[in-house]
Design a protein around this ligand. Structure first.
Ligand SMILES: [Zn+2]
Length: 513
C-alpha cells in the first residue's frame, strides 16, 4: 500500500527564489530515505536533521518504521539550493506516513529544523507571501521566531500559522494577519542620532545634499580625501523619506530574487558597489538573470564612491539612467525597461593620488597624462548629468552656505533632524502639486512645467544674464532651474526667486576638472 503527502516550500535556483512542491511517497520494505529533484548537498543533508528532529519530537522515523521514503521536489528539472525547506520535507513525510492528519493542502511551509526539533528561518516573509500568492497559495506556515511577521500588512486573503517546535506541527492554527493597532504599519524611521551631525564644518555640502535629496538631483561630491565627502554620501540615507507601501513592495522583488534579506522594509535601500563592478553587475542582465546594483537601489540611493576609479563603460552605461529614470536591459534574448526611481550620489578625487586641489597642488605625485586619463573617465556629457556638484577644500570651515542670502533662502543650521524635516516637506509639496500624474521629482520636470509653476522676472533676468556671460549649455540652464525649483520648495516659496536661481547656478556650474 502506497502513502502520499505533499506541500510547498521555496528554493534558490539559478533564477533566484522560487516555489517548489514537495511530494513524499512511502512504501514498505527495506528502509531508505531519498530526495530527488536536483537538490543540493545541504538539502540532501536535511534527511539526517529531519530524522533526528522527528525522533526528538516524539514522531516515528522512516528507519524505525521500516519505510521506503522518496521525496520528490518539483519542478524536477531545476537545480535547487536549500533555503529553509526542512520543515516542508518533514511535514510532507508526516502527512504521507499518516502521523498527522487534516493538514491543509497546498500549504507553503518555511523553516529550518534543528536536531532538537526547533524551527527557525531568516528569509523575507513578505516576499515569500507575494510569491505564494502569485502561485495561488493562501496558507503559510512560518517559524514563530520570525519577528518580521509583525511588519506584514494585514490582509484577509491569506492565513498564517506560526510554529516553534516540530512537535507542534499537528496543533498549528491558521489565522489572518490581524490589523494590530499596536504595531505601527508605517512608522517614521528617522534615526534618533543622526550620523550626519558628526560631520563638522561642511554645512555648504550638507545643504547641497539636502537639496539633492529633496528634489532627487544627482549629486557629485569631489575634492581631496579626508574632508568628509564619502562620509556625507553614506549619511545621505538618513535624510531619505521612508518608503511608501507601494515602493516597499517594488523593492522587495529584486531583493527576493537576489536572496538578500532586508532588516527594515520601510527604509530606502542604499547600495555602494565597488569600483571594479562590471556593466552587467551594475545593470543586471546576463544569462542567469543576475540582479544588478541598479535594481537593488531602486527607490533608494546608489552611491558611487570614487567614481573616476570605475570603468568608463560602467559609468557610461548609467547615462540612460540619468535621462530616462531607468535602463533598457537584455535578459535571455528579451529586452525590457528596468526603472530606477532612486538617486545617484557620487564622489571623486581630482587626481589618482587625491592630493590635487589640496593646500599645495605640488604635493600631488601624479603625472599629467595620468591625471588626464583619470579625469577622462568622466566625460563632459556625463558630468553635466550630475545636477549638483560641489568641491571639498581643506579649510571647509571658512565657508558658509549661500552667502548672498536674500529673500527666502535663509541660512539654517544643518542639523540632521532639520534637514530630514525639510526634505519631507519639500517632497510633500512636489507630491501634492502633481495631482493625478503621481510624484515627479523636480529633477525631472520639463522647463515648460517649471515656467508654469512660476519664476519671478528678477530670476529670469538673472538667468539670462548668466547664460550670456558664461555661454552655459541648454542642459545646464534647465538643470539650474530644476535645482532652483527645489530650493524654492525648501523655502516654501510659490515661485522661483532670484536668490534661488543664483544658488542653483553655484551647484550646477561647478566643475571638478
Ligand atoms: Zn595626484
Amino acid at each position: 500500500m502506497k502513502k502520499f503527502g505533499s506541500c510547498n516550500s521555496i528554493f534558490k535556483g539559478d533564477d533566484g527564489f522560487d516555489i517548489m512542491t514537495v511530494e513524499t511517497d512511502i512504501s514498505f520494505g527495506l528502509f531508505f530515505f531519498k530526495i530527488i529533484g536536483l537538490a543540493d548537498r545541504m538539502m540532501q543533508e536535511s534527511r539526517f536533521r529531519i530524522s533526528s528532529a522527528l525522533r526528538n519530537s516524539g514522531f516515528g522515523t522512516p528507519q524505525r518504521r521500516n519505510e521506503k521514503v522518496t521525496v520528490s521536489l518539483l519542478p524536477a528539472h531545476q537545480k535547487k539550493a536549500s533555503i529553509s525547506s526542512d520543515l516542508a520535507i518533514a511535514t510532507s513525510y508526516l502527512i504521507a506516513s499518516r502521523q498527522i492528519s487534516d493538514f491543509p493542502n497546498e500549504t507553503l511551509i518555511i523553516g529550518q529544523i534543528g536536531l532538537d526539533g526547533s524551527i527557525s528561518a531568516d528569509e523575507d516573509m513578505a516576499h515569500i507571501i507575494d510569491m505564494g500568492i502569485e502561485h495561488g497559495i493562501t496558507d503559510f506556515v512560518f517559524p514563530n521566531s520570525e519577528k518580521r511577521i509583525a511588519e506584514l500588512r494585514p490582509r484577509a486573503d491569506i492565513r498564517i500559522a506560526r510554529i516553534s517546535m516540530l512537535a507542534d506541527i499537528d496543533k498549528i492554527e491558521f489565522e489572518n494577519i490581524p490589523a494590530d493597532d499596536s504595531v505601527p504599519q508605517h512608522a517614521d524611521s528617522a534615526p534618533i542620532a543622526f550620523g550626519i551631525d558628526s560631520l563638522d564644518g561642511i554645512d555648504f555640502h550638507k545643504r547641497a545634499m539636502m537639496i539633492a535629496i529633496a528634489g532627487m538631483h544627482p549629486i557629485l561630491l569631489s575634492g581631496i580625501p579626508g574632508t568628509g565627502k564619502s562620509a556625507l554620501a553614506r549619511c545621505a540615507t538618513e535624510l531619505m523619506p521612508d518608503l511608501t507601501p507601494e515602493q516597499a513592495a517594488d523593492v522587495r522583488v529584486p531583493y527576493g530574487h537576489a536572496g538578500i534579506p532586508r532588516a527594515n522594509q520601510h527604509t530606502p535601500p542604499m547600495r555602494t558597489p565597488h569600483h571594479q563592478i562590471s556593466r552587467t553587475g551594475m545593470l543586471g542582465g546576463s544569462q542567469n538573470r543576475h540582479v544588478g546594483e541598479l535594481a537593488l537601489a531602486d527607490h533608494g540611493l546608489l552611491v558611487l564612491d570614487e567614481l573616476c576609479e570605475f570603468k568608463r563603460s560602467t559609468i557610461e552605461s548609467l547615462r540612460e539612467v540619468f535621462d530616462q529614470r531607468g535602463a533598457h536591459i537584455r535578459k535571455k534574448n528579451e529586452q525590457f525597461f528596468l526603472p530606477f526611481r532612486g538617486l545617484i550620489i557620487a564622489t571623486t578625487n581630482l587626481c589618482p593620488c587625491g592630493l590635487t586641489g589640496g593646500e599645495d597642488d605640488r604635493a600631488c605625485r601624479c603625472s599629467r597624462p595620468r591625471i588626464r586619463t583619470y579625469q577622462a573617465r568622466l566625460s563632459n556629457p556625463m558630468l553635466d548629468r550630475f545636477h549638483i556638484k560641489t568641491i571639498f577644500y581643506l579649510h571647509e570651515k571658512d565657508r558658509s552656505p549661500q552667502p548672498d542670502s536674500g529673500q527666502g533662502s535663509a541660512v539654517a543650521p544643518m542639523a540632521g533632524s532639520f534637514m530630514r524635516r525639510s526634505v519631507l516637506e519639500a517632497r510633500e509639496i512636489q507630491r501634492s502639486r502633481n495631482g493625478d500624474e503621481g510624484f515627479i521629482p523636480n529633477a525631472y520636470l520639463s522647463m515648460d512645467k517649471i515656467r508654469r509653476l512660476g519664476i519671478s522676472p528678477e530670476a529670469i533676468a538673472a538667468a539670462e544674464y548668466s547664460e550670456k556671460a558664461s555661454l552655459s549649455s541648454h542642459r545646464l540652464i534647465t538643470n539650474s532651474f530644476r535645482i532652483a525649483r527645489t530650493i524654492a520648495d525648501l523655502a516654501g516659496s510659490e515661485q522661483i526667486e532670484k536668490p534661488h536661481i543664483l544658488e542653483a547656478f553655484q551647484y550646477a556650474k561647478t566643475s571638478p576638472f
